[in-house]
Each structure stands twice: as structure tokens, then as C-alpha cells.
Design a protein around this ligand. Structure first.
Ligand SMILES: [Zn+2]
Ligand SMILES: [Zn+2]
Length: 254
């Protein structure tokens, strides 16, 4: 089984039905949390994923809406009895900033120990030795250094890509090429520094020749109504399956 579960699908300003965008990869090698919204522990429970069983956390970048829940997650995990170190993956500047934040919380013994795992953009991380599933990475176009991710089987024939926060980017497009599913951000109604519009997401999905496009980091209030976003994706030339991501939506790879 390989699937991505969307835990939050909103922008940096949450809506009534949308928390900060974060998700959990549930596939070979165990569940990997991607970013930490404000109530991640509870959201994992609701999604049917045991928070104590996380094989690690990947922080895409250091903007507040992507890391704010980490101290609370580590606190809850420690109180819940986890003593096994939790690997935290991310770019060096992201990990440095997060280390400072955790220090300020002075969690002491009330935090699960951390095993820091610095990642270089472009690095390929083996998720599971037996099945040879990997996670590929690329740098996005964003004011803070940020990683896009591609989860791929041994043959490279089944893949899911997540853009994370980015302006339309050739690196993200190339990373996504031929993916079964592209989860792409669509934050702004008009082109904007470091972010993407629904139409631009449609253009990227078309160029990358993906089968299915799911918009996240999206708000019916701050971006545009959902129906308009789907029309904008079509206007960007995309003819595949297109939708606006919903909380707790499960994106399954065949
Ligand atoms: Zn950001
Ligand atoms: Zn963001």
C-alpha cells in the first residue's frame, strides 16, 4: 500500500474546514509526516495513523504554517511514551531554525529525542530497502529554501509528487514528470512571488504530463471558489483528473 493522506489543505490563513497544509505519506517503510500543522497528533489519529509509529518527519521549509505544530507533536509523543529517537529531515537552514525554536520551548525530558537528518536538494532518500521505494527531492521557487518531494517505486513507474510552496518552477515540473498524482499548491488568484495560481498549476501539470492534479495550500476565500479553481486548471490546458484537495482525503497509488 502506498498512499498520501492530506491532514490539512489550507493556506497560511486557515479556513473553517482547512488547516495549514500538511500530510502524511503512508507507504513502504512506515508513515512519514510531511510538515506539522497546529494539531498534527490529533489529525493523525483521525486519519487512522498511529502518531507513535511515525518513521520520521520531513520539514519542507521553515515558514510558520509548515512547522508550528512540531513542539506540541514532540511533547505529545514523549508523554505518550515514545522514547525511540524521531528522525527529522530537512534542508540545513530549516533544521537550524527549528532547533532554535525547540530550544526556546525548553521541553527537556518532555520531548521525544530527535535524530537530525539534513537533506541536500536533489538527494534521493531510500524509504524502504526491501521494496526500493525512494523519495526524490528538488528545490522549489520560494522566499525560503523549500523542498518538493517525489515518492517513487523501484521501477520509477508509479509516482506521486508534492510541490510544496513554490512559484511555477521548472525544477518542480521536472521532478513531477509522468507522476500518477501531482499535489500542487495553488495559493493565489493572481501570479505572486513564491506561490502559484490554479491556472499556473494546470500549466505545470500539463507540461509534466501527470495523470491527476490535486490542489492544496488553497482557500475558497483567499484563492478563489473551488469551481472557479477547477475551471482555471482547465484554462491552464490540463485535461486529466483535477480536483481541489480536501482534509483527510486519501490519495492512493495503484
Ligand atoms: Zn512557505
Ligand atoms: Zn505555506
Amino acid at each position: 500500500m502506498a498512499r498520501m493522506i492530506l491532514l490539512g489543505v489550507g493556506t497560511a490563513v486557515p479556513d473553517v474546514d482547512r488547516d495549514h497544509t500538511h500530510m502524511v505519506w503512508d507507504g513502504p517503510g512506515g508513515p512519514l509526516l510531511i510538515d506539522t500543522g497546529g494539531s498534527t497528533y490529533q489529525r493523525l489519529l483521525r486519519a487512522g495513523v498511529d502518531p507513535q509509529a511515525l518513521r520520521g518527519v520531513l520539514l519542507t521549509h521553515s515558514h510558520t504554517d509548515h512547522i508550528n505544530g512540531l513542539p506540541a507533536l514532540l511533547f505529545s509523543m514523549a508523554l505518550g511514551g515514545r522514547t525511540e529517537p524521531l528522525p527529522i529531515y530537512g534542508l540545513e537552514p530549516t533544521l537550524t531554525l527549528v532547533e532554535g525554536i525547540l530550544g526556546a520551548f525548553q521541553l527537556g525530558e518532555y520531548a521525544t529525542p530527535i535524530s537530525w537528518k539534513p537533506v541536500q536538494a536533489g538527494e534521493v532518500i531510500v524509504l524502504d530497502r526491501e521494496t526500493a521505494w525512494v523519495m526524490r527531492t528538488a528545490l522549489t521557487d520560494h522566499p525560503r529554501p523549500c523542498l518538493a518531494l517525489r515518492f517513487e517505486d523501484a521501477a520509477g513507474s508509479t509516482a506521486l509528487t508534492y510541490s510544496c510552496d513554490t512559484a511555477p518552477s521548472p525544477e518542480v515540473r521536472d521532478l513531477a514528470r509522468g507522476s500518477d498524482i501531482l499535489i500542487h499548491e495553488a495559493t493565489t488568484p493572481e501570479p505572486f512571488n513564491g506561490h502559484t495560481t490554479p491556472r499556473q498549476a494546470g500549466e505545470i501539470a500539463t507540461q509534466a504530463d501527470v495523470a491527476r492534479l490535486v490542489l492544496v495550500h488553497f482557500s475558497p476565500r483567499w484563492t478563489m471558489p473551488e469551481e472557479q479553481a477547477r475551471a482555471e486548471v482547465r484554462a491552464g490546458g490540463f485535461t486529466g483528473q483535477a480536483e481541489v484537495g480536501q482534509e483527510y482525503q486519501v490519495l492512493e497509488l495503484k
